[in-house]
Design a binder for this molecule. Structure first.
Ligand code: MN3
Length: 203
């Protein structure tokens, strides 16, 4: 069985950047449901419990057809949300000088430019999905979006961090104004954890 990863803070501690109501719903209803559905599907082929969920996603095309779609949607839902929980702080943060900042500046021109492109990409993603900073197969930083709960791991890209742009992530607080949500959640990105994720793929 795959077990849930805890949030780093209490629901109300993310307020006002992300409301307690949204955090609770997002974690306890959406995330835990993806996890439950994933476990139910994998129980039919329990040898996959030996892998990490992201390793299952990397070989999604080899997963028995019987459960492939369920694993794609729910396994993606699990991995994507766990990256989000890991990379969210509960207070306003700033990126520190380091390899990630340096590499973002050399790839996107400046950190501000990167932020602008990322928020724009999240705001304009059509329908439900995620926007990501990935390290692509050529080892380059890139902004991309994925539809539904598809995960960058399925394309053998490495997700450094991502923002959930499904309506369940913002609608109760920002209604249809997704750009406002993007700006608010951006403020509490935990750049220390994000840098750690970035450095871990180089080690
Ligand atoms: Mn979500």
């Amino acid at each position: 069985m795959f077990t849930p990863k805890n949030l780093k803070f209490q629901y109300k501690e993310y307020d006002p950047f992300v409301s307690a109501e949204i955090m609770e719903l997002h974690y306890s209803k959406h995330y835990l449901t993806y996890l439950k559905n994933l476990n139910t599907a994998i129980e039919k082929f329990p040898e996959y419990f030996k892998l990490k969920v992201y390793e299952i996603l990397e070989k999604i095309n080899e997963i028995p057809e019987d459960i492939r779609k369920t694993v794609r949607d729910n396994g993606g839902g699990v991995v994507n949300h766990e990256i989000l929980w890991e990379t969210l702080s509960n207070k306003e943060t700033k990126i520190q000088d380091g390899k990630l900042k340096k590499d973002i500046e050399s790839e996107f021109g400046s950190f501000e430019k990167f932020k602008e492109l990322f928020i724009k990409s999240g705001t304009s993603t059509f329908g439900s999905g995620w926007v990501w900073l990935i390290v692509n197969q050529r080892g380059k930083l890139e902004i991309c979006s994925t539809a539904n709960q598809d995960s960058p791991f399925m394309d053998r890209n490495y997700p450094v961090f991502g923002i959930d742009v499904w309506e369940h992530a913002y609608y109760l607080q920002h209604k249809n104004v997704r750009g406002e949500y993007m700006k608010e959640i951006w403020k509490i990105l935990d750049w220390e954890s994000i840098e750690k994720r970035y450095l871990s793929i180089h080690s």
